[in-house]
Design a protein around this ligand. Structure first.
Ligand code: AMP
Length: 380
C-alpha cells in the first residue's frame, strides 16, 4: 500500500518524497489511518521500525485546521525518557512539518540545560516533546499548561511507565484532560506497560509488529571470551585490525565509559564518551559528531541504548554486558536499523558466562563465541 492511500495530505506526501520514504513501513500502514481517525493506539515495535513517523505524520495532519494554540496551552505532548530522544523526535516533527500550509510549532524540552530559553520558546507551541522532570518544572513555573492536550504520546512507553518515572508520570497524568487521544509506543510489552495501558488507553488499536527477530537476524552477533585485563587490547585490536569506522561501545558505568574512551584516545583512536554526567552541551556535541561520522568511536552507557537512531551504524560492542536481556536487545538494535546489516560484539568474562546464556535464551538466539586467547594482541 502506498503512502498516498493512508489519508495524508498532499503537502505531507511531498515531504515524504523529499525524505525519500518510498513505501510505508508496516507500523505506518496500520497506525497512520487509526491516528487520523483519533483512535488510541498501542504500538509494539522495535526502534528502527519507523514508529516515530507513524505518529508524527498523522499528528501533523490532525493539527492542520486546528485553531492556533491558546497562550502556552500545547495541543500535543510527546513524553520520552532521554534528552537525546526528545531532540530526535522533535527533528522529525520539524522535518515533516516544515512546508505545511499551517505552521506547526514544535519544541523539545529537557533538563541539564538552562530553563529560560525553554520558557521563552513556549509561546504558540503546538507540539511539545519533553522529558518528565523538566516538563513538571515548566508547569510549576506556569510556562506551559497541559489542560488543552488533545493527544498524548508515550514513546519508549515501557520505560516511561516503569518505576523510575512513576511519581513524575502520575503528576503529569493528573494535569491532562480526561478526554484525549493516547498513543503508546514500546519495543516490548512489559508488565508495567500492560498494567498501565488498561488505565490509559480507550479501546486501542493494538499493533504488534513481529519484526524483532527479523531485525535481530539482520545483525550478526559474535561473542569473545576475554579476561577483564585483556578487554582494552581486544577492543583496540578489533577496531584497528578490522578497520572499523564507526563503533558504538557500551559500558555499564559512567566511570568506565570515560576510562575506555581515554585509553582509546591514548592509543591513537578518535573516541569520545557520552553519559549522564556530561553537560548537555557536551552530550549533544559528541552525539552529533558521532552521527555525522566525524567521531570514530562513541563510548556510552545505557543512556543511548533506547530509541536513538544512527543511520547505518555498522558496529556495536558490549565492552560490558547489560544487566537485563531487554537492554541487550536495545543496545544491539542500534545497528541493523532500517534494513541495513550490522554487527554486534559482546565481551564475555568468566563471571559473565552464565548471564550471557540467560541473555541468549531470552533472545531465542545463540551467539557464536570466539576465545580471545587465540588472538595475537601484541602491540594493541
Ligand atoms: P524509528 O523507528 O522511528 O527510529 O525510525 C527508524 C529509521 O527509519 C529512521 O532513520 C527513519 O528516518 C527511517 N524510516 C522510517 N520510516 C521509513 C520509510 N517508510 N521509508 C524509509 N525510511 C524510513
Amino acid at each position: 500500500m502506498p503512502f498516498s492511500s493512508l489519508g495524508l495530505s498532499p503537502s505531507l506526501l511531498l515531504a515524504l518524497e523529499s525524505a525519500k520514504y518510498k513505501q510505508p513501513y508496516p507500523i505506518q500502514t496500520e497506525a497512520i489511518p487509526a491516528i487520523l481517525a483519533r483512535k488510541d493506539v498501542l504500538g509494539i515495535a522495535q526502534t528502527g521500525s519507523g514508529k516515530t513517523a507513524s505518529y508524527v505524520l498523522p499528528i501533523l495532519m490532525n493539527l492542520q485546521g486546528n485553531t492556533a494554540s491558546k497562550n502556552r496551552h500545547v495541543n500535543v505532548l510527546v513524553l520520552v525518557p532521554t534528552r537525546e530522544l526528545a531532540m530526535q523526535v522533535r527533528e522529525v516533527f520539524q522535518q515533516f512539518g516544515a512546508n505545511l500550509p499551517q505552521k506547526i510549532k514544535s519544541l523539545a524540552v529537557f533538563g541539564g540545560v538552562s530553563i529560560n530559553p525553554q520558557m521563552m520558546g513556549m509561546q504558540g507551541v503546538n507540539v511539545l516533546v519533553a522529558t518528565p522532570g523538566r516538563l513538571l518544572e515548566l508547569v510549576s513555573s506556569n510556562a506551559v499548561h497541559l489542560s488543552s492536550i488533545d493527544t498524548l504520546v508515550l514513546d519508549e512507553a515501557d520505560k516511561m511507565l516503569n518505576l523510575g518515572f512513576k511519581e513524575e508520570m502520575e503528576k503529569i497524568f493528573a494535569l491532562l484532560p480526561k478526554k484525549r487521544q493516547n498513543l503508546l509506543f514500546s519495543a516490548t510489552l512489559s508488565d508495567d506497560l500492560n498494567n498501565f495501558n488498561q488505565v490509559l488507553l480507550h479501546q486501542p488499536l493494538v499493533i504488534k509488529i513481529e519484526n524483532e527477530e527479523e531485525n535481530i537476524d539482520l545483525i550478526s552477533q559474535l561473542g569473545y571470551f576475554v579476561t577483564e585485563e585483556k578487554k582494552g587490547p581486544l577492543l583496540r585490536y578489533l577496531i584497528k585490525h578490522h578497520g572499523m569506522k564507526q563503533v558504538l561501545v557500551f559500558t555499564s558505568s559512567v566511570y568506565k565509559a570515560d576510562n575506555v574512551a581515554d585509553k582509546l584516545r591514548k592509543n591513537g583512536i578518535d573516541a569520545g564518551a557520552m553519559h549522564g554526567k556530561k553537560s548537555q552541551e557536551a552530550r549533544t556535541e559528541t552525539l552529533s559528531r558521532f552521527k555525522s561520522g566525524k567521531l570514530r568511536v562513541l563510548v556510552t552507557t545505557d543512556l543511548l541504548s533506547r530509541g536513538i537512531d544512527i543511520k547505518f551504524l555498522p558496529h556495536v560492542i558490549n565492552y560490558e554486558l547489560p544487566r537485563s536481556p531487554k537492554d541487550y536487545i536495545h543496545r544491539i538494535g542500534r545497528t541493523g536499523r532500517a534494513d541495513s546489516a550490522g554487527e554486534a560484539i559482546s565481551f564475555v568474562t568468566e563471571e559473565d558466562k552464565h548471564h550471557f546464556k540467560v541473555i541468549q535464551k531470552k533472545m531465542g538466539k545463540w551467539v557464536t563465541m570466539i576465545d580471545s586467547e587465540g588472538i595475537d594482541m601484541k602491540g594493541y
